[in-house]
Design a protein around this ligand. Structure first.
Ligand code: 5GP
Ligand code: MG
Ligand code: MG
Length: 183
């Protein structure tokens, strides 16, 4: 592997492509069973959820539509504050829809807690959350997350949509960065 290879920046692999695909397929089966043939509006949160959205949508057998939101949470450095600004709103009217928010990772839960309340105010039939990763010990707010792919420790992870300074989103696995990258 040459030193220009993005993979040389990684310390170790947490979940391989195969493990992610397996888990996403299981989540899709659970979701299909729960929604019992009802149409689902998948709301992906840009940009991190792009990969999980693409794989989850393809693994679902339900009728789905997809829309996207971009939000930014104000805060110092890597800590989110819970103050959220909408950078790109949905194009879909949520009235009467079964909305499933698709996220890459929940850390404090502040962003999602705000987002769920915001979407609930638009008159949908339901709003649930699906996240690929969750850091459970960081939970600052009570938030009901129906579908969780993997519970992970409080470590900074990249890959499969997750970035560090906008890089590493394209990795097909999830891993941790080598210290020389962020120190
Ligand atoms: P919170 O749940 O704290 O409001 O914010 C979650 C957001 O913080 C995620 O959508 C993601 O953008 C970012 N984040 C939290 N933990 C990690 C991590 O381990 N790796 C990466 N790349 N982003 C993270
Ligand atoms: Mg996200
Ligand atoms: Mg990020």
């Amino acid at each position: 592997m040459d030193s220009n290879d993005v993979r040389s920046d990684l310390k170790h692999v947490l979940y391989t492509r195969e493990e992610i695909q397996q888990r996403v397929t299981e989540l899709a089966q659970e979701i299909d069973a729960d929604y019992q043939g009802r149409d689902i509006l998948l709301v992906g949160v840009l940009k991190g959820a792009v990969m999980v959205m693409a794989d989850l949508a393809r693994a679902l057998h339900s009728h789905v539509t997809m829309d996207w939101m971009a939000v930014s949470s104000y805060g110092s450095g890597t800590q989110s504050s819970g103050v959220v600004r909408i950078l790109k709103d949905l194009e879909t009217d949520l009235l009467g829809k079964h909305v499933l928010i698709v996220e890459d990772i929940i850390d404090s839960g502040l962003t999602l807690s705000w987002l769920k309340a915001n979407l609930l105010s638009r008159g949908p039939a339901s709003v649930e959350i699906c996240t690929l990763l969750r850091k459970p010990h960081a939970a600052k707010v009570e938030i009901d997350v129906r579908y969780v792919g993997f519970e992970i420790p409080s470590e900074f992870v990249v890959g499969y949509g997750l970035d560090f300074a906008e890089k590493y989103r394209n990795l097909d696995f999830i891993g941790t960065l080598a210290p020389h990258i962020y120190e």
